[in-house]
Design a protein around this ligand. Structure first.
Ligand code: 4AD
Ligand code: MG
Length: 464
Protein backbone atom coordinates (compact mmCIF):
# COMPACT_ATOMS: atom_id res chain seq x y z
CA UNK A 1 0.00 0.00 0.00
CA UNK A 2 1.17 3.53 -0.77
CA UNK A 3 -0.46 6.18 1.40
CA UNK A 4 -0.51 9.97 1.18
CA UNK A 5 1.71 11.85 3.60
CA UNK A 6 5.44 11.88 4.29
CA UNK A 7 5.73 15.45 3.03
CA UNK A 8 9.12 17.05 2.53
CA UNK A 9 7.81 19.92 4.69
CA UNK A 10 7.72 17.47 7.65
CA UNK A 11 10.94 15.65 6.72
CA UNK A 12 12.84 18.96 6.86
CA UNK A 13 11.94 19.20 10.59
CA UNK A 14 13.01 15.67 11.51
CA UNK A 15 15.93 14.86 13.83
CA UNK A 16 19.29 13.53 12.63
CA UNK A 17 19.36 9.75 12.42
CA UNK A 18 15.70 9.20 11.54
CA UNK A 19 14.85 6.91 8.60
CA UNK A 20 12.44 8.45 6.05
CA UNK A 21 11.05 8.05 2.56
CA UNK A 22 10.58 11.07 0.33
CA UNK A 23 8.71 11.47 -2.95
CA UNK A 24 9.02 14.41 -5.31
CA UNK A 25 10.22 16.03 -8.51
CA UNK A 26 13.86 16.83 -9.20
CA UNK A 27 14.84 20.50 -9.32
CA UNK A 28 18.59 20.08 -9.86
CA UNK A 29 21.35 17.48 -9.84
CA UNK A 30 24.95 18.50 -9.10
CA UNK A 31 27.96 16.21 -9.42
CA UNK A 32 30.78 15.98 -6.83
CA UNK A 33 33.78 13.57 -6.84
CA UNK A 34 32.16 10.92 -4.64
CA UNK A 35 28.44 11.76 -4.76
CA UNK A 36 25.58 13.72 -6.32
CA UNK A 37 23.38 16.30 -4.63
CA UNK A 38 19.82 16.04 -5.89
CA UNK A 39 17.29 18.71 -4.86
CA UNK A 40 13.81 17.32 -4.51
CA UNK A 41 10.53 19.26 -4.18
CA UNK A 42 7.06 17.83 -3.55
CA UNK A 43 5.09 21.11 -3.44
CA UNK A 44 4.45 20.82 0.30
CA UNK A 45 6.73 23.78 0.98
CA UNK A 46 9.02 26.18 -0.82
CA UNK A 47 12.25 24.49 0.28
CA UNK A 48 13.75 21.40 -1.27
CA UNK A 49 15.10 18.28 0.36
CA UNK A 50 18.72 17.64 -0.59
CA UNK A 51 19.45 14.01 -1.37
CA UNK A 52 23.02 12.70 -1.12
CA UNK A 53 23.40 9.93 -3.67
CA UNK A 54 26.74 8.09 -3.40
CA UNK A 55 28.36 7.23 -6.69
CA UNK A 56 27.85 3.57 -7.47
CA UNK A 57 24.78 3.30 -5.21
CA UNK A 58 22.33 3.55 -8.11
CA UNK A 59 22.67 2.16 -11.62
CA UNK A 60 24.09 4.40 -14.37
CA UNK A 61 20.83 4.06 -16.25
CA UNK A 62 18.76 5.45 -13.34
CA UNK A 63 21.36 8.11 -12.60
CA UNK A 64 21.21 9.38 -16.19
CA UNK A 65 17.47 9.75 -15.86
CA UNK A 66 17.64 11.86 -12.69
CA UNK A 67 17.16 15.14 -14.52
CA UNK A 68 15.12 18.28 -13.84
CA UNK A 69 11.43 17.38 -13.68
CA UNK A 70 11.90 13.64 -13.15
CA UNK A 71 9.84 12.06 -10.38
CA UNK A 72 11.44 9.72 -7.83
CA UNK A 73 11.11 8.10 -4.44
CA UNK A 74 14.13 7.88 -2.12
CA UNK A 75 14.62 6.28 1.28
CA UNK A 76 17.49 6.75 3.68
CA UNK A 77 18.69 8.43 6.88
CA UNK A 78 18.54 12.09 7.89
CA UNK A 79 22.10 13.44 8.28
CA UNK A 80 23.57 16.84 9.02
CA UNK A 81 23.79 18.76 5.75
CA UNK A 82 27.07 18.67 3.86
CA UNK A 83 26.10 21.80 1.89
CA UNK A 84 25.07 25.38 2.55
CA UNK A 85 21.50 26.59 2.96
CA UNK A 86 19.83 23.70 4.75
CA UNK A 87 20.00 21.97 8.13
CA UNK A 88 19.72 18.39 6.93
CA UNK A 89 20.25 16.13 3.93
CA UNK A 90 18.85 12.71 3.15
CA UNK A 91 21.65 10.11 2.82
CA UNK A 92 20.02 7.88 0.23
CA UNK A 93 20.00 4.12 0.73
CA UNK A 94 17.53 3.20 -1.97
CA UNK A 95 16.13 5.16 -4.89
CA UNK A 96 13.51 4.41 -7.55
CA UNK A 97 12.70 6.45 -10.59
CA UNK A 98 8.91 6.84 -10.90
CA UNK A 99 8.77 8.99 -14.03
CA UNK A 100 11.58 10.29 -16.22
CA UNK A 101 11.44 13.74 -17.88
CA UNK A 102 13.45 13.71 -21.09
CA UNK A 103 15.62 16.86 -20.90
CA UNK A 104 15.50 17.21 -24.69
CA UNK A 105 11.78 17.85 -24.45
CA UNK A 106 10.89 18.94 -20.90
CA UNK A 107 9.78 22.57 -20.73
CA UNK A 108 11.40 23.73 -17.49
CA UNK A 109 15.07 23.18 -18.27
CA UNK A 110 16.15 26.79 -18.18
CA UNK A 111 16.55 28.34 -14.76
CA UNK A 112 14.23 31.22 -15.61
CA UNK A 113 11.18 30.89 -17.80
CA UNK A 114 9.05 34.03 -18.27
CA UNK A 115 5.61 34.22 -16.66
CA UNK A 116 4.11 34.78 -20.13
CA UNK A 117 5.67 31.60 -21.45
CA UNK A 118 4.57 29.68 -18.36
CA UNK A 119 0.93 30.55 -19.13
CA UNK A 120 1.27 28.48 -22.31
CA UNK A 121 2.40 25.47 -20.29
CA UNK A 122 -0.26 25.61 -17.61
CA UNK A 123 0.18 21.87 -16.97
CA UNK A 124 3.71 22.39 -15.64
CA UNK A 125 3.78 25.90 -14.22
CA UNK A 126 2.81 24.77 -10.68
CA UNK A 127 6.23 23.07 -10.56
CA UNK A 128 8.05 26.41 -10.73
CA UNK A 129 9.13 28.31 -7.62
CA UNK A 130 6.86 31.28 -8.38
CA UNK A 131 3.63 29.49 -9.21
CA UNK A 132 4.32 26.87 -6.55
CA UNK A 133 4.42 29.65 -3.96
CA UNK A 134 1.33 31.37 -5.43
CA UNK A 135 -0.84 28.29 -5.11
CA UNK A 136 0.29 27.54 -1.56
CA UNK A 137 -0.67 31.12 -0.63
CA UNK A 138 -3.98 30.71 -2.46
CA UNK A 139 -4.70 27.53 -0.50
CA UNK A 140 -3.82 29.09 2.87
CA UNK A 141 -5.92 32.14 2.12
CA UNK A 142 -8.97 30.11 1.04
CA UNK A 143 -8.78 28.22 4.33
CA UNK A 144 -8.45 31.49 6.28
CA UNK A 145 -11.57 32.84 4.53
CA UNK A 146 -13.62 29.92 5.82
CA UNK A 147 -12.06 30.16 9.28
CA UNK A 148 -12.91 33.86 9.56
CA UNK A 149 -16.59 33.37 8.76
CA UNK A 150 -17.01 30.08 10.60
CA UNK A 151 -15.51 31.60 13.77
CA UNK A 152 -18.16 34.32 13.52
CA UNK A 153 -21.12 31.98 13.03
CA UNK A 154 -21.69 32.69 9.32
CA UNK A 155 -23.41 29.97 7.28
CA UNK A 156 -21.60 28.88 4.09
CA UNK A 157 -24.09 28.94 1.17
CA UNK A 158 -23.47 27.33 -2.20
CA UNK A 159 -25.05 29.82 -4.55
CA UNK A 160 -25.89 28.47 -8.00
CA UNK A 161 -23.52 28.70 -10.94
CA UNK A 162 -26.33 28.60 -13.49
CA UNK A 163 -28.85 31.35 -12.95
CA UNK A 164 -31.79 33.04 -14.66
CA UNK A 165 -31.34 36.45 -13.00
CA UNK A 166 -28.75 39.14 -13.66
CA UNK A 167 -27.34 40.13 -10.26
CA UNK A 168 -25.41 43.18 -11.39
CA UNK A 169 -27.88 44.28 -14.05
CA UNK A 170 -24.89 44.92 -16.26
CA UNK A 171 -25.62 42.34 -18.93
CA UNK A 172 -22.08 40.97 -19.37
CA UNK A 173 -23.11 37.34 -18.94
CA UNK A 174 -22.21 34.03 -20.60
CA UNK A 175 -25.32 32.30 -21.88
CA UNK A 176 -26.03 28.65 -21.04
CA UNK A 177 -28.04 26.85 -23.68
CA UNK A 178 -28.59 23.52 -25.38
CA UNK A 179 -30.33 25.10 -28.38
CA UNK A 180 -28.67 23.98 -31.64
CA UNK A 181 -26.53 27.02 -32.42
CA UNK A 182 -25.81 25.92 -36.00
CA UNK A 183 -29.47 25.74 -36.96
CA UNK A 184 -31.36 28.33 -34.96
CA UNK A 185 -34.67 29.38 -36.50
CA UNK A 186 -34.68 32.93 -37.89
CA UNK A 187 -36.20 35.73 -35.82
CA UNK A 188 -36.98 35.79 -32.12
CA UNK A 189 -35.59 32.80 -30.19
CA UNK A 190 -38.16 30.73 -28.31
CA UNK A 191 -36.47 30.07 -24.96
CA UNK A 192 -39.33 27.89 -23.78
CA UNK A 193 -37.66 25.30 -26.05
CA UNK A 194 -34.31 25.69 -24.26
CA UNK A 195 -33.04 23.37 -21.49
CA UNK A 196 -34.40 25.40 -18.58
CA UNK A 197 -37.47 26.67 -20.38
CA UNK A 198 -36.11 30.20 -20.17
CA UNK A 199 -32.93 32.11 -20.83
CA UNK A 200 -30.11 31.08 -18.47
CA UNK A 201 -26.58 32.31 -17.75
CA UNK A 202 -23.46 31.64 -15.74
CA UNK A 203 -23.66 33.70 -12.57
CA UNK A 204 -21.88 37.06 -12.27
CA UNK A 205 -22.39 37.06 -8.49
CA UNK A 206 -24.04 34.94 -5.82
CA UNK A 207 -25.36 37.99 -4.01
CA UNK A 208 -29.07 37.79 -4.78
CA UNK A 209 -29.22 34.17 -3.66
CA UNK A 210 -27.07 35.02 -0.60
CA UNK A 211 -29.71 37.62 0.30
CA UNK A 212 -32.33 34.85 0.35
CA UNK A 213 -30.23 32.96 2.88
CA UNK A 214 -29.30 36.03 4.97
CA UNK A 215 -33.01 36.68 5.42
CA UNK A 216 -33.32 33.19 6.95
CA UNK A 217 -29.95 32.56 8.64
CA UNK A 218 -28.91 36.15 9.53
CA UNK A 219 -25.24 35.91 8.50
CA UNK A 220 -24.06 33.93 5.48
CA UNK A 221 -21.29 33.87 2.89
CA UNK A 222 -20.64 32.38 -0.52
CA UNK A 223 -17.24 31.48 -1.94
CA UNK A 224 -17.30 30.24 -5.49
CA UNK A 225 -16.54 30.88 -9.15
CA UNK A 226 -18.21 33.76 -10.97
CA UNK A 227 -18.21 34.57 -14.67
CA UNK A 228 -18.10 37.81 -16.60
CA UNK A 229 -18.05 38.13 -20.36
CA UNK A 230 -16.36 41.54 -20.22
CA UNK A 231 -14.11 42.01 -23.17
CA UNK A 232 -11.51 43.72 -21.00
CA UNK A 233 -8.12 42.24 -21.67
CA UNK A 234 -6.38 43.81 -18.68
CA UNK A 235 -3.99 42.50 -16.04
CA UNK A 236 -6.80 42.63 -13.43
CA UNK A 237 -9.76 41.02 -15.21
CA UNK A 238 -10.64 37.37 -15.66
CA UNK A 239 -13.68 35.88 -17.39
CA UNK A 240 -13.83 33.28 -14.60
CA UNK A 241 -12.80 34.41 -11.13
CA UNK A 242 -13.58 33.47 -7.54
CA UNK A 243 -15.53 35.73 -5.26
CA UNK A 244 -16.28 35.74 -1.54
CA UNK A 245 -19.64 37.33 -0.74
CA UNK A 246 -20.79 37.72 2.86
CA UNK A 247 -24.36 38.94 3.38
CA UNK A 248 -25.60 40.11 6.77
CA UNK A 249 -29.15 40.80 7.99
CA UNK A 250 -29.42 43.53 10.65
CA UNK A 251 -26.37 45.33 9.27
CA UNK A 252 -25.88 48.76 7.70
CA UNK A 253 -23.12 50.30 5.59
CA UNK A 254 -20.91 51.16 8.58
CA UNK A 255 -21.20 47.62 9.94
CA UNK A 256 -20.43 46.28 6.47
CA UNK A 257 -17.33 48.46 6.14
CA UNK A 258 -16.09 47.42 9.57
CA UNK A 259 -16.53 43.72 8.81
CA UNK A 260 -14.77 44.05 5.44
CA UNK A 261 -11.76 45.72 7.05
CA UNK A 262 -11.56 43.11 9.80
CA UNK A 263 -11.90 40.34 7.22
CA UNK A 264 -9.14 41.64 4.94
CA UNK A 265 -6.77 42.10 7.88
CA UNK A 266 -7.54 38.60 9.14
CA UNK A 267 -6.83 36.81 5.87
CA UNK A 268 -3.70 38.85 5.16
CA UNK A 269 -2.31 38.19 8.66
CA UNK A 270 -3.05 34.49 8.30
CA UNK A 271 -1.02 34.27 5.11
CA UNK A 272 1.83 36.39 6.50
CA UNK A 273 2.06 33.96 9.40
CA UNK A 274 1.49 30.67 7.59
CA UNK A 275 3.27 31.30 4.28
CA UNK A 276 6.27 33.28 5.50
CA UNK A 277 8.78 31.43 3.34
CA UNK A 278 6.71 31.89 0.18
CA UNK A 279 6.21 35.60 0.87
CA UNK A 280 9.95 36.06 1.49
CA UNK A 281 10.48 34.63 -1.97
CA UNK A 282 7.98 37.10 -3.51
CA UNK A 283 9.69 39.89 -1.64
CA UNK A 284 13.09 38.89 -3.00
CA UNK A 285 12.02 38.54 -6.62
CA UNK A 286 8.86 40.59 -7.16
CA UNK A 287 8.31 43.35 -4.59
CA UNK A 288 11.07 44.50 -2.24
CA UNK A 289 8.55 46.19 0.09
CA UNK A 290 6.04 43.35 0.25
CA UNK A 291 6.22 42.26 3.89
CA UNK A 292 6.46 45.83 5.16
CA UNK A 293 3.40 46.81 3.11
CA UNK A 294 1.37 43.87 4.38
CA UNK A 295 2.37 44.57 8.00
CA UNK A 296 1.26 48.19 7.54
CA UNK A 297 -2.10 47.17 6.13
CA UNK A 298 -2.75 44.87 9.05
CA UNK A 299 -1.75 47.35 11.75
CA UNK A 300 -3.34 50.59 10.45
CA UNK A 301 -6.91 51.69 9.96
CA UNK A 302 -8.16 51.90 6.40
CA UNK A 303 -8.95 55.38 5.13
CA UNK A 304 -12.64 56.22 4.68
CA UNK A 305 -13.81 58.90 2.23
CA UNK A 306 -17.08 59.55 0.49
CA UNK A 307 -17.22 59.50 -3.30
CA UNK A 308 -17.85 63.26 -3.26
CA UNK A 309 -14.67 63.90 -1.23
CA UNK A 310 -12.71 61.50 -3.45
CA UNK A 311 -13.81 63.31 -6.61
CA UNK A 312 -12.82 66.67 -5.10
CA UNK A 313 -9.35 65.31 -4.31
CA UNK A 314 -8.93 63.97 -7.83
CA UNK A 315 -10.13 67.19 -9.46
CA UNK A 316 -7.83 69.31 -7.26
CA UNK A 317 -4.78 67.10 -7.90
CA UNK A 318 -3.60 69.12 -10.88
CA UNK A 319 -2.71 65.86 -12.63
CA UNK A 320 -3.36 65.00 -16.25
CA UNK A 321 -5.82 62.10 -16.45
CA UNK A 322 -6.58 59.80 -19.31
CA UNK A 323 -10.24 59.94 -18.21
CA UNK A 324 -11.48 63.28 -16.88
CA UNK A 325 -13.49 63.20 -13.67
CA UNK A 326 -16.49 65.21 -12.59
CA UNK A 327 -19.15 64.47 -9.99
CA UNK A 328 -21.21 61.61 -11.40
CA UNK A 329 -18.50 59.87 -13.41
CA UNK A 330 -17.19 56.45 -12.48
CA UNK A 331 -13.70 56.27 -10.96
CA UNK A 332 -11.18 54.67 -13.30
CA UNK A 333 -8.26 52.60 -12.11
CA UNK A 334 -5.87 55.58 -12.53
CA UNK A 335 -8.01 57.59 -10.05
CA UNK A 336 -8.37 54.69 -7.64
CA UNK A 337 -4.63 54.16 -7.60
CA UNK A 338 -3.96 57.87 -7.14
CA UNK A 339 -6.15 57.87 -4.01
CA UNK A 340 -4.50 54.93 -2.32
CA UNK A 341 -0.95 55.25 -3.63
CA UNK A 342 -0.41 59.00 -3.53
CA UNK A 343 -3.04 60.66 -1.34
CA UNK A 344 -3.56 58.20 1.52
CA UNK A 345 -0.87 55.56 0.95
CA UNK A 346 -3.04 52.73 2.26
CA UNK A 347 -6.28 50.91 1.47
CA UNK A 348 -9.16 53.34 0.99
CA UNK A 349 -12.88 52.72 1.43
CA UNK A 350 -14.97 54.97 -0.81
CA UNK A 351 -18.68 55.17 0.06
CA UNK A 352 -21.87 56.87 -1.13
CA UNK A 353 -21.48 56.79 -4.90
CA UNK A 354 -23.91 58.46 -7.32
CA UNK A 355 -26.82 56.11 -7.91
CA UNK A 356 -26.56 56.17 -11.71
CA UNK A 357 -23.16 54.42 -11.70
CA UNK A 358 -24.07 51.69 -9.19
CA UNK A 359 -26.32 48.60 -9.20
CA UNK A 360 -30.09 48.82 -8.72
CA UNK A 361 -30.14 46.97 -5.38
CA UNK A 362 -28.11 49.55 -3.41
CA UNK A 363 -29.95 51.56 -0.77
CA UNK A 364 -30.76 55.12 -1.76
CA UNK A 365 -29.60 57.92 0.53
CA UNK A 366 -31.90 60.72 1.70
CA UNK A 367 -30.29 63.12 -0.81
CA UNK A 368 -31.94 61.13 -3.64
CA UNK A 369 -28.66 61.28 -5.58
CA UNK A 370 -26.31 58.80 -3.90
CA UNK A 371 -26.49 55.20 -2.70
CA UNK A 372 -25.03 53.33 0.28
CA UNK A 373 -22.28 51.75 -1.80
CA UNK A 374 -18.71 50.98 -0.79
CA UNK A 375 -15.64 50.07 -2.80
CA UNK A 376 -12.35 49.17 -1.15
CA UNK A 377 -9.33 50.22 -3.16
CA UNK A 378 -5.85 48.82 -2.65
CA UNK A 379 -2.52 50.32 -3.70
CA UNK A 380 -1.16 48.73 -6.94
CA UNK A 381 -4.46 46.93 -7.65
CA UNK A 382 -7.36 49.40 -7.44
CA UNK A 383 -10.78 47.95 -6.54
CA UNK A 384 -10.64 44.73 -4.54
CA UNK A 385 -14.04 44.89 -2.82
CA UNK A 386 -17.44 46.10 -4.00
CA UNK A 387 -20.42 46.13 -1.66
CA UNK A 388 -23.36 48.04 -0.24
CA UNK A 389 -26.25 48.27 2.13
CA UNK A 390 -29.21 46.82 0.21
CA UNK A 391 -32.46 48.60 -0.59
CA UNK A 392 -34.91 47.00 1.82
CA UNK A 393 -37.87 49.36 1.15
CA UNK A 394 -40.30 47.52 -1.09
CA UNK A 395 -41.71 50.53 -2.96
CA UNK A 396 -38.30 52.06 -3.62
CA UNK A 397 -36.95 48.75 -4.92
CA UNK A 398 -39.95 48.21 -7.21
CA UNK A 399 -39.25 51.60 -8.80
CA UNK A 400 -35.54 50.80 -9.23
CA UNK A 401 -36.16 47.35 -10.72
CA UNK A 402 -38.62 48.86 -13.20
CA UNK A 403 -36.11 51.57 -14.13
CA UNK A 404 -33.34 49.10 -14.80
CA UNK A 405 -35.57 46.71 -16.75
CA UNK A 406 -36.63 49.63 -18.95
CA UNK A 407 -32.97 50.43 -19.66
CA UNK A 408 -32.00 46.83 -20.46
CA UNK A 409 -35.26 45.85 -22.12
CA UNK A 410 -35.75 42.97 -19.64
CA UNK A 411 -38.82 41.86 -17.74
CA UNK A 412 -39.37 42.80 -14.06
CA UNK A 413 -41.02 39.39 -13.59
CA UNK A 414 -37.57 37.84 -13.14
CA UNK A 415 -37.15 39.89 -9.92
CA UNK A 416 -40.51 39.00 -8.36
CA UNK A 417 -38.90 36.68 -5.81
CA UNK A 418 -36.24 39.27 -4.98
CA UNK A 419 -38.89 41.90 -4.34
CA UNK A 420 -40.89 39.50 -2.19
CA UNK A 421 -37.95 39.25 0.22
CA UNK A 422 -38.87 42.87 1.10
CA UNK A 423 -42.59 42.16 1.19
CA UNK A 424 -42.47 39.31 3.69
CA UNK A 425 -40.27 39.85 6.75
CA UNK A 426 -37.78 42.22 5.16
CA UNK A 427 -34.87 43.58 7.19
CA UNK A 428 -32.05 46.05 6.74
CA UNK A 429 -29.13 44.11 5.34
CA UNK A 430 -25.75 44.58 3.68
CA UNK A 431 -22.89 42.69 2.13
CA UNK A 432 -19.87 42.84 -0.12
CA UNK A 433 -17.85 40.87 -2.66
CA UNK A 434 -14.11 40.36 -2.48
CA UNK A 435 -12.37 39.35 -5.71
CA UNK A 436 -10.21 36.44 -4.52
CA UNK A 437 -7.61 36.83 -7.29
CA UNK A 438 -7.37 40.58 -6.70
CA UNK A 439 -6.43 40.10 -3.03
CA UNK A 440 -4.02 37.34 -4.05
CA UNK A 441 -2.27 39.75 -6.41
CA UNK A 442 -2.01 42.15 -3.51
CA UNK A 443 -0.43 39.71 -1.05
CA UNK A 444 1.94 38.03 -3.50
CA UNK A 445 3.07 41.10 -5.43
CA UNK A 446 2.17 39.41 -8.73
CA UNK A 447 1.19 42.03 -11.30
CA UNK A 448 -0.91 39.91 -13.66
CA UNK A 449 -4.12 38.28 -12.43
CA UNK A 450 -3.51 35.33 -14.80
CA UNK A 451 -0.64 34.27 -12.54
CA UNK A 452 -2.69 33.79 -9.37
CA UNK A 453 -5.40 31.41 -10.69
CA UNK A 454 -4.60 27.81 -11.68
CA UNK A 455 -6.14 27.93 -15.17
CA UNK A 456 -6.87 31.50 -16.30
CA UNK A 457 -9.81 32.23 -18.62
CA UNK A 458 -9.55 35.51 -20.51
CA UNK A 459 -10.82 36.69 -23.92
CA UNK A 460 -9.31 34.34 -26.51
CA UNK A 461 -7.77 32.04 -23.94
CA UNK A 462 -8.90 28.93 -22.05
CA UNK A 463 -6.16 26.27 -21.78
CA UNK A 464 -7.49 22.82 -20.81
O1 4AD B 1 -17.93 45.11 -7.60
P1 4AD B 1 -18.52 43.80 -8.04
O2 4AD B 1 -19.08 43.72 -9.41
O3 4AD B 1 -19.65 43.48 -6.95
C1 4AD B 1 -20.52 42.45 -6.98
O4 4AD B 1 -20.51 41.54 -7.76
C2 4AD B 1 -21.47 42.47 -5.81
N1 4AD B 1 -22.62 41.58 -6.15
C3 4AD B 1 -20.78 42.01 -4.57
C4 4AD B 1 -21.66 42.00 -3.36
O5 4AD B 1 -22.04 43.06 -2.88
N2 4AD B 1 -22.00 40.83 -2.85
O6 4AD B 1 -17.45 42.66 -7.87
C5 4AD B 1 -16.87 42.40 -6.61
C6 4AD B 1 -15.38 42.21 -6.74
C7 4AD B 1 -14.65 43.41 -7.32
O7 4AD B 1 -14.39 44.38 -6.34
C8 4AD B 1 -13.36 42.75 -7.83
O8 4AD B 1 -12.46 42.55 -6.75
C9 4AD B 1 -13.84 41.40 -8.29
O9 4AD B 1 -15.08 41.15 -7.64
N3 4AD B 1 -14.04 41.36 -9.74
C10 4AD B 1 -13.21 40.74 -10.61
N4 4AD B 1 -12.08 40.06 -10.41
C11 4AD B 1 -11.47 39.53 -11.50
N5 4AD B 1 -11.93 39.65 -12.75
C12 4AD B 1 -13.08 40.33 -13.01
N6 4AD B 1 -13.55 40.42 -14.26
C13 4AD B 1 -13.77 40.92 -11.90
N7 4AD B 1 -14.91 41.64 -11.77
C14 4AD B 1 -15.06 41.90 -10.47
MG1 MG C 1 -17.44 46.92 -8.41
Amino acid sequence: MIQPGGYIRDILDKPIGEKVTAHGWVKTKTEFPAHYFVKLNDGSCFDELQLVVKKGSVSDDVLAKITTGACLVASGTIVESGGKGQRIDLAVESLDLLGAANPEEYYLQKKRVSLEHLRDIAHFRPRTNTLGAVFRVRNAMAYAVHRFFQERGFLYVHSPIITTSDAEGAGNMFQVTTLPLEKLPKGEIDYTQDFFGKRAHLTVSGQLQAEVFALSYSNVYTFGPTFRAENSNTARHLAEFWMIEPEMAFCDLDGNRKLAEEFLKYIISAVVKECRRDLEFFQQFYDKELLKTLDNVVSNEFQHVTYTEAVERIMKSGKKWEYAVEWGSDLQSEHERYLCEEVFRKPVVVTDYPKQIKAFYMRENEDGKTVRAMDILAPRIGEIVGGSQREERYDVLVRKVEEQCRIHGTSPDAYKWYLELRKFGGAPHAGFGLGFERILMYVTGMTNIRDVIPFPRTPGNAEF
